[in-house]
Design a binder for this molecule. Structure first.
Ligand code: NAP
Length: 210
């Protein structure tokens, strides 16, 4: 199968590419800076593009079976629409190209998982640091859920750079109102790749934590 990875130069996106290639997928990575992609593999195609500039997509989406997005950024404290605007462009392009499957990371703490990132996030990080970022993530989720796509929104707890364990909890009502629970980026990527051919979480917003 052919998959398009968005955010492939990021910490989770790199894992999506690495593990996706190991699993035998043919991968296209849509990245702003191709020099940041350090993997060289016959099944990896790198296309320069920016989700905020759909005219830069070229043929990146053509013929893909699924799109996996690990889009993110660090411009937390100013009003931002990068995640929602970028995702809107991705949805439009997928619809244009007839691609149905979208698997996208947002976060615990959004939508009906509100408060499930623990007290530190609920009382401090979200209101004082991540307010605009989380507001944009909520909008990103709305756009995905309102689309006609076969979507799965993956909501991780606090991300770590730990190794892939392959053992984690996923589903509804995960996370804690008190503690911040963790999951490695490698395991988030593992779970996202599993969703490509598994409809169990179709049109759902599973959390993922250890
Ligand atoms: N940190 C946490 O504890 C935590 C918890 C829950 C959820 N999350 C979410 O999980 C996701 C992945 O996190 P991460 O740490 O792996 O992210 P990351 O390392 O910051 O990677 C973000 C990726 O998005 C790309 N990107 C940004 N703007 C773009 C644009 N306009 N066009 C194309 N690509 C663009 C970046 O490209 P460049 O390399 O060009 O910048 C990078 O590849 C994020 O949405 C994050 O908010 C994080």
């Amino acid at each position: 199968m052919k998959i398009l990875v968005i955010g492939g130069t990021g910490k989770t996106g790199r894992e999506l590419i690495k593990q996706g290639l190991e699993a035998g997928y043919r991968i296209t990575a849509l990245v702003r800076n191709p020099k940041k992609v350090k993997i060289d593999h016959p099944n990896l195609r790198v296309v320069q593009g920016d989700v905020l500039r759909p005219e830069s997509f070229g043929k990146a989406f053509q013929g893909q079976d699924a799109v996996l997005s690990a889009l993110g950024h660090k411009r937390f404290i100013v009003p931002t629409s990068i995640l929602s605007a970028g995702t809107r462009n991705v949805i439009v392009e997928m619809e244009k190209q007839g691609i149905k499957r979208l698997i996208c990371i947002t976060s615990l703490g959004i939508g009906d998982s509100r408060f499930r990132m623990g007290l530190y996030y609920t009382l401090f990080a979200i209101p004082f640091i991540l307010f605009f970022y989380f507001r944009d993530k909520a909008k990103q989720e709305d756009l995905i859920q309102e689309s006609e796509l076969d979507w799965t929104i993956v909501r991780p707890g606090q991300l770590t750079n730990g190794r892939r364990k392959g053992k984690y909890r996923t589903g509804k009502n995960l996370g804690s109102y008190i503690l911040t629970l963790w999951i490695s980026r490698a395991d988030v990527a593992h779970f996202m790749l599993k969703q490509i051919e598994d409809p169990a979480y179709l049109h759902q917003t599973p959390g993922i934590i250890y």
